[in-house]
Design a protein around this ligand. Sequence first.
Ligand code: 5GP
Length: 388
Amino acid sequence: MGEAPASLIDNLQGGYTNVFDLKSKGKQTATVIGSKTYVIGWGIDEVETFGVRAFDKCTNEWVIPTVLGTKPKPFKGHLAMLLCQDRILVVKENSTFDDCIWFLEVNTEYIRHQKKKLGTEVVAWSRGVIGDAEKPIVISGPSGVGKGTLINKLMKDFPTMFGFSVSHTTRAPREGEKNHVHYHFTERSVMEQEIKDGKFLEFASVHGNLYGTSTEAVDAVADAGKRCILDIDVQGARCMRDSHLEAIFIFVCPPSFEELEKRLRARGTEMEEQIQKRLRNARTELEKGREPGLFDHMLVNDDFNACYESLKKLLGLDEAVNGTSCHSSSEVGYLPLVCSASASDEKILIVSETVELEKPSQNRIVLDMSSIKGGAPARTRGLNMYFA
Ligand code: 5GP
């Protein structure tokens, strides 16, 4: 690890909060929260290995926390500002509007929960999203009920609107299944280690194999400007509810158990032993699916077209134009060099500078955080940005 520059250490010892370290050209910032000072960014020559560390005044030692969530791509300069004593707002320099606002959560409910679970110091990144991005959709239901077919049709009819969260699994690929498209096929020992490292939002042992959703899988869909769809089992949905991820939970059930067995056999993808196992699990899934407060909506897949129409209706798509995107990336602006920021209530004024034809010009942008929602392990939604 590189040494912190002398100017930063001086600032830490002076007890300043929210230091925008001009001497290191904004490449490192230090934010004091309680007895800890969180330093974001490494030394001037090390922008590629940008990271987070904390200086603990009580022990006089640096702590390297476990960093959860998809990290922002390395950046050269930024501003940092403490919000609500539990997260640090990070404004990236030279960045597009849709990627310039990030939050480093250090003491939110999610972080406290993860600290207990992992037994280490934990922080988590959450990207700020302008406007109210749509919540992910979790679809569960017993094997053979037709979840996959419903999801595939939704993705085919609305290709720019939805993206599939690619799960990890330790089961072997079926014929025609592609690695990193249908699943990230993985070794059990590798997946178990990644679970210990806190990379998964949820995981479960299903039909004797491990299945899980990584934070990165969900973030990758959001980063592509799409609404995330997850196909996970009921145990996974339970974990997801507990993981603080705000989502819509839908349970798909068959018209009868006999019909489910017929469909599972007709699919022809499993041997008899696997079919028996999946049928046993289906009974438990159907019982667990009725657990109060777990699912927001219940769909019966008796007639496929009727079930698909109901799904579209509850997602507010019955009148939508096919293929219309949720977000318009053409509206994305660009935030030039950030110079300073000041806060009043929930609004932050960001002053940025550009040099055009050798003449500096200033932009004053207001970041309105009065309606923020969500946060790690997903995006922080509901931001508003406009020119002052
Ligand atoms: P299959 O082996 O047929 O692809 O999937 C078996 C079951 O695993 C399905 O019920 C599916 O919903 C569930 N599943 C797939 N991915 C995940 C995941 O990431 N997490 C959990 N908990 N279940 C999953």
